[in-house]
Design a protein around this ligand. Structure first.
Ligand SMILES: [Zn+2]
Length: 427
């Protein structure tokens, strides 16, 4: 199919959102988008500034940003987005939000990249060059996304892009592990009613588009008891025994192959010495599923198993006079699921952008910042920001900028495909 034809299809597609009357103007026709001189000039800006974008990525990667300690990197992003002509604020959660006002302020599209890394403050984050590669913890995840966020904002500014819908450039906190998507959750809460699409830039590459959010829960079971001496108190209820009884029950729980559902007993601890009846035992379990219902079922199965393990242990203990066992199950983290509708304007925009830059990408299911908007019924995708990378979450993480240009154009065209251009700027 001809590129121009694809763009026309994209932009004549109805907007899915119920909030928009069907006769309202859609995004500028895609043929016009790719032909628009401002858009061409924004794309050309990337090619001229690749070395500077590399430098920006190194600079940002060398500012540590462990979970809950993203403030210093956030301040740097604020400065960079402000110098790209945006009105920038940092919200109460620590997210940096830069606004490029559109003709229709009531409708917002978002380009985001998470600020945080998985690495503790003590990690050496100085970037080394090995041939064409840049090597440092966090260089790709999410140095690439942040550098692209700034570059795209800057290109829009230099090319005087005038979007139809308001574009928010967001560098958010708390994507990794214990952050539990807190930045994106707070952002979506605040802007939910106006959001039409969210495009998440996470890591490198152009080979995939995440449209399906993998739902997960992390829970911790704790069983406590009076504790005692292994010899003299023998027969008293034992929290480790109860946890083992509960675990064996839970391991035998059947999970469906489709929708794919998994569980992992990942960490177990308890007791103080070999000759003491422990007063406490703990178990951490990770539960994932393509279906939110299965997730809920599995979590309640775990609760039932813990309760049953405690009951079994109490019933078989010879000496219940010295106390009983208590148990609780705490939710350590929860990532909601969701899925982008196959006929969404956002996916069409991404596909048209892929076609335009000559890229092919596959649909993926994964756990990213896009989980939050998707679970709220807001169109969202997560994509890499170009170039190639590897070793994510390891000390040997690397990034190679070759091909970054394509990733930047792809993200820009997808963004403008859903924001549209203001009428007076369409040519
Ligand atoms: Zn990431």
């Amino acid at each position: 199919m001809k590129r121009a034809a694809l763009w026309v299809i994209l932009l004549t597609m109805p907007v899915r959102s119920a909030g928009i009357p069907s006769n309202s103007r859609l995004a500028a026709p895609s043929a016009q988008l790719a032909d628009n001189s401002d858009v061409r000039s924004a794309m050309a800006w990337f090619a001229r500034n690749l070395a500077a974008i590399n430098e920006q990525q190194i600079h940002l990667t060398e500012i540590p940003a462990p979970p809950f300690q993203e403030a210093q990197r956030a301040a740097a992003l604020k400065t960079l987005l402000a110098s790209a002509g945006l009105e920038v604020q940092i919200d109460n959660t620590g997210n940096v939000i830069g606004e490029l006002r559109g003709a229709t302020e009531k409708e917002i599209v978002v380009l985001s990249a998470h600020l945080d890394t998985v690495f503790p403050l003590s990690t050496e984050v100085k970037v080394r060059r090995e041939g064409d590669r840049l090597v440092a913890p966090g260089i790709s995840d999410n140095g690439t996304g942040l550098a692209a966020l700034v570059a795209i904002a800057r290109a829009c500014h230099e090319a005087r892009i005038n979007p139809r819908r308001t574009i928010l450039f967001v560098a958010d906190v708390g994507e990794e592990g214990e952050g539990n998507l807190r930045g994106m959750r707070a952002f979506i809460d605040a802007y939910k009613s106006k959001l039409k699409a969210v495009i998440v830039l996470d890591g490198s590459g152009t080979d995939h588009v995440t449209t399906k959010a993998l739902a997960s829960r992390r829970v911790e079971a704790t069983i406590t008891g009076p504790g005692g001496h292994s010899w003299s108190d023998f027969g008293m209820p034992n929290p480790i025994n109860a946890l083992v009884r509960a675990s064996v029950r839970f391991i035998n729980t059947r999970v469906p192959a489709a929708p794919r559902t998994t569980f992992n007993l990942g960490q177990i601890e308890g007791g103080t010495s070999v000759n003491s009846i422990p007063y406490q035992a703990k178990l951490k379990v990770d539960i994932r599923s393509e279906s939110e219902d299965e997730l809920t079922k599995l979590e309640s199965a775990l609760r039932e198993c813990i309760a049953a393990g405690v009951r079994d242990e109490m019933e078989s203990s010879r000496d219940r006079s010295k106390g009983k066992l208590d148990w609780k199950v705490d939710l350590l983290g929860s990532r909601p699921g969701g899925e982008l509708p196959a006929h969404s304007q956002l996916l069409a925009a991404l596909r048209a952008a892929d076609e335009f830059v000559g890229n092919q990408s596959r649909i993926e299911r994964s756990s990213t910042d896009a989980n939050v908007p998707l679970s709220n019924g807001i169109d969202a995708i997560s994509i890499g920001a170009g170039g190639t990378g590897g070793g994510a979450h390891s000390l040997h993480e690397w990034y190679e900028p070759t091909g970054r240009d394509m990733g930047l154009k792809r993200a820009l065209l997808t963004l403008l495909g859903v924001s549209g251009l203001a009428e007076e700027k369409s040519k």
